[in-house]
Design a protein around this ligand. Structure first.
Ligand code: CAA
Length: 388
């Protein structure tokens, strides 16, 4: 197993770190407080190629591997997870889904604009009554011959107020259960698409999360991704890739909290010495650093399996489960290390803790990741993957 990054991968990491420090850090507290969409910052991410990193150059993307992508996600999430969730959904759910499963017409029409960041994409699976149980879709796409008639409501849609293209998961043949579901490319300008109110969230507050309503939207047949009835498997495969991105986001949040806590513990003195020299604080930092490294290795491994074209479903779920749980646990500890300063906005760690919480929920809750892992290990996958 090779843990050495290539020069190109390290250059991507460095560029993302510089961008996050110089362009995202100023104003991050205010954007969070005011729930202000990072319009300028998203524009810069597009210009720097962060919105279509893994898309092939043929479709105006960066042609990079998943390892480079997770390194960039990590650095950007250390500073601003509102920006990194927009980046993650566009890269791993929308662009990857269209490139892997879309027709050449769909790629020409949509992928180039998505990869250049001219259009931001949304992934519309969750419904008021279909969250973890994603097969029970109430949104319908009735086959009308040359088009689908789309009706329903989607919840918690990242970039819901700003995206121009939705991938909508909807039921066409209810009698076939999950095998009757389709994934459709829906332009927000199509008649009948309504964007609901913006959610007032605990964390990732600068990202715009909305409910979306579809009322008799006519979606051309050529906008269906894959064969008739492929929509659920499309969603599952795309989400497995997405989970690597969210795991990297959790690693970034944890890494940010760790850096802040470590630096603070060197500056802050109590009982005549810097607080890191007190075992109570030193042990917290040690646990934080150990979990950070373990989470990183799971994330890089999942990304590497994806790059090699191997089965990465279980590895992605393990990475997301471990990284998001560790991010939540240690951002709380980072606040504890900061004492009262950790409880105020100026010191950033309280925001990192609020942002960490969503990584245990979206793109499959920790409970769903455990379910995926349990099913995989019972099929014998862990045995094959761990004994290299
Ligand atoms: N790849 C390919 N196919 C898959 C798959 C995968 N990763 N996982 C499941 N499937 C296939 C199965 O093989 C099965 O196909 P067949 O019946 O033809 O054999 C079919 O899909 C149904 O699978 P299950 O029987 O396992 O379905 P289930 O209902 O028992 O459970 C689940 C599936 C794993 C729980 C799934 O519903 C799930 O992942 N739920 C969580 C949904 C989720 O992650 N939502 C996130 C919302 S999106 C979001 O957050 C985006 C954002 O904006 C940030």
């Amino acid at each position: 197993m090779n843990f050495k990054f290539s020069e190109e991968q390290l250059a991507v990491k460095e560029a993302a770190r510089e961008f996050a420090q110089n362009e995202l850090l100023p104003g991050v507290i205010e954007r969070d407080k005011e729930m202000r969409y990072p319009e300028e910052q998203v524009k810069m991410m597009a210009e720097l190629g962060f919105l279509g990193m893994m898309v092939s150059p043929e479709f105006d993307g960066g042609g990079m591997d998943s390892v480079s992508y997770v390194l960039a996600m990590e650095e950007i999430s250390k500073i601003d997870s509102s920006c990194s969730v927009i980046m993650s959904v566009n890269n791993s759910l929308v662009c990857w889904g269209v490139e892997k499963f879309g027709s050449s017409i769909q790629k020409q029409k949509y992928l180039k604009k998505l990869a250049r960041g001219e259009k931001i994409g949304s992934f519309c699976l969750s419904e008021p009554e279909a969250g973890s149980d994603a097969t029970s879709q109430r949104t319908t796409a009735v086959d009308m011959g040359d088009h689908y008639l789309l009706n329903g409501t989607k919840n918690w849609i990242t970039s819901g107020g700003t995206s121009k293209l939705h991938i909508v998961i909807a039921q066409t043949h209810p009698e076939k259960g999950h095998r009757g579901i389709n994934a459709l490319l829906v332009e927000t300008e199509m008649e009948g698409v309504t964007v609901g109110a913006k959610e007032d969230k605990l964390g990732i507050r600068a990202s715009d999360t909305h409910t979306i309503m579809y009322n008799d939207v006519k979606v051309p047949k050529e906008n269906r991704l894959g064969e008739d009835g492929f929509g659920f498997k499309f969603a599952m495969q795309v989400l497995s890739g997405g989970r690597i991105g969210i795991a990297a986001q959790a690693v970034g949040i944890l890494g940010g909290a760790y850096e802040l806590a470590k630096n603070y513990s060197k500056e802050r003195e109590a009982f005549g010495k810097p607080i890191y020299k007190h075992q109570a604080i030193g042990f917290k930092l040690a646990d934080m650093a150990t979990d950070l490294e373990a989470a990183r290795l799971l994330v890089y491994r999942a990304a590497q399996l994806k790059d090699k074209g191997e089965d990465f479903v279980m590895a992605a779920s393990m990475a997301k489960l471990f990284a998001s749980e560790a991010a939540m646990k240690h951002t709380v500890e980072a606040i504890q290390i900061h004492g009262g300063y950790g409880y105020v906005k100026e010191y950033h760690v309280e925001r990192l803790m609020r942002d960490a919480k969503i990584t245990q929920i979206y793109e499959g809750t920790s409970e769903i990741q455990r379910l995926v892992i349990a099913r995989s290990i019972l099929k014998g996958q862990l045995y094959e993957q761990v004994l290299f």
